[in-house]
Design a protein around this ligand. Sequence first.
Ligand code: HEM
Length: 418
Amino acid sequence: MTTYTVDTNLSPVSFWAQPRQVHLDAFKWLRENQPVIWNDPPGSLDPNLDNAKGFWSITKYAHIKEISCNPKVFSSADGIFIDDFPQLESMLSFVVSDPPRHTNFRNIVSAAFTQKNIKKMEERNTAIVRSVIDKCASLGEGDLCQLITKEVPGRIFASYFGITDEDEIKYVMDLAEQFGAWSDPEFAHIGSPLQVFADASSRLSEIALRHAEERRKNPSEDLMSWVAQAQYEGQRMTVEEVGVFFALLAGAVNDPTRHSAAHMLWLFAQHPDQLAYLMADFDNRAEDAINECLRVEPPVMHFRRTATVDYELGGQTIKAGDKVVMWYLSSNRDADVFDRPDEFDIRRPVKQNPHQAFGGGGVHYCLGSMLAKQMLRAQLWEVHTRLKNLEVGERTIMVSNFLNGVMKMPGKWTPEKR
Ligand code: HEM
């Protein structure tokens, strides 16, 4: 009899360079045997840095909910990734903070992302998706990531911030890609993972500084004008703070949404019967379908907290100061919550699909969940009504412990006649 041993050392980059099934097997074993486990330090992001702390890996749904809903004990102020990004984490603005500072800052922008406002944006966002498909429908083949999934959130983000110059839109999209892919070999030529991240965030901030100054002089209707005028703790944000905020949103809007869209196209290519079922009654079935894609392929694999006091969880004592990493890639397949957790099934009703792709609840729950779903819905419809006989090739998965990213994915379809 052969014994199959599961690698549960989630720390090294080499672990994340393996096929995704290896990670899913490790998480299944951990959920069943050691749901709260200590992992060694991840290794340094940069030869000049000491990134020497290990971390707790949390793999069960209920534990992630408990942590997410308790920001007093589990703070975001010391960082949100496994890896430490000294100084740079402050660049992630309110995400890396706790209430009350977090609440005040988040409130500045949350109004832009309410259901009412997102609904108002629907027509414009759908027109953007349509224009992206218009550009590639006649080609008949190409990389679906470059042609579609990267373009949609990139152009919607640009429209929110009033960026209209074509070269600048592309530049921001490329920087957002680099921002989330710090450990992928694609960007290794720039330097260490830390340098890749720092380079992208400082260049994004530079763009924002320019626009923020301009909008303070000549405000218009876009989000940049709103943020540039907004009051925070009785004062307007400095242009530097606006820059940081812009870099944060560029990453938050572009990266998870594009990766989710790519997984979605791939999943439906593997399950043509479910695609047919969806398209037969799109209006009533799209919401459940999108939730199921997000459950099976959450684009954000982890977020981190740091314990502020000693805390008992899953039979382990988490010490004050310990890093605590919540693995959504794992919790979304927790058999205590989801029936047939490894099966992709868009017939799963929403009540039975309370996935954690947007977080485990609590104050940091994704601010853009409604916008993200709107973008995904519009793409799902446009792609499958316009790109006839679409064939989707294999995904090139990003090497990352943070994003479940798709760098490339070839596609072929019957070219639309112009
Ligand atoms: C499919 C797409 C997306 C996924 C899966 C996703 C997922 C997440 C997750 C897991 C978190 C962390 C939650 C936590 O710590 O408890 C988060 C936070 C956040 N997301 Fe998203 N996100 C997506 C798209 C977006 C979009 C389109 C926006 C645009 C506004 C956005 C803005 C944010 C912000 C600002 C935060 C930080 C919230 C805070 O700390 O208060 N996200 N997202």
